[in-house]
Design a protein around this ligand. Structure first.
Ligand SMILES: [Zn+2]
Length: 191
């Protein structure tokens, strides 16, 4: 098990993760797959790129084919939208992370809306995390700039990779932003 703390998408617990160097995907403890930075998987190709052929890929593709048929289980609570537009479990439990949505809501517009709500609702946590990241490390001005360059609007910070010429490689951030609903919603809003 690997727990990834993403400020915008909550704490995500993965059973296993895979990467092709750019796309980094994990299988969530409570079911389903998502990018380890938080965004849900939005295309079959992401699974095929990150996971090597074999048993694990077969399992992931099987999940993808059946992602619209999330089984209603009697022993687990349902997710409900409340009067104020927020989400919760119908037994009153709060949503802990985006992983709850991935496990309970089929991929598509309903999942996207829920994920966006979660990130918006935790906006203060993202801001807090950003200032923590810069404070605790006693960063030099250069490092602060680097962190800013590697940080997505959702709070995700890409791994710092430096190119041979000493410049910053932001491939990880770009790969994340291609799938980040929060980033894309921001662009849509600005346009
Ligand atoms: Zn993002």
């Amino acid at each position: 098990m690997q727990v990834i703390n993403t400020s915008g998408y909550g704490d995500l617990t993965f059973i296993r993760t895979w990467s092709d160097g750019t796309i980094h995907i994990g299988k969530l403890k409570d079911g389903g797959y998502c990018h380890i930075g938080g965004p849900p998987v939005a295309s079959k190709r992401d699974l095929e790129s990150a996971i090597p052929s074999g048993m694990h890929l077969d399992e992931a593709l099987d999940w993808w084919e059946n992602k619209d048929k999330i089984e209603e289980k009697k022993d687990r609570p349902k997710i409900v939208i409340q009067g104020d537009g927020s989400y919760a479990f119908d037994n009153g439990d709060p949503i802990e992370s985006v992983a709850d949505f991935v496990a309970y809501i089929p991929q598509g517009p309903a999942l996207d809306a829920a994920v966006l709500w979660y990130v918006e609702a935790h906006r203060d946590k993202i801001e807090q995390n950003k200032s923590d990241a810069t404070d605790t490390a006693q960063q030099t001005t250069a490092n602060k700039e680097e962190i800013a360059k590697l940080t997505c609007v959702c709070g995700f910070v890409a791994k710092r990779v430096v190119k041979e010429d000493g410049s910053l490689n932001i491939t990880g951030l770009l790969a994340h932003q291609r799938v980040c609903k929060v980033y894309q919603a921001g662009i849509a809003k600005a346009a």
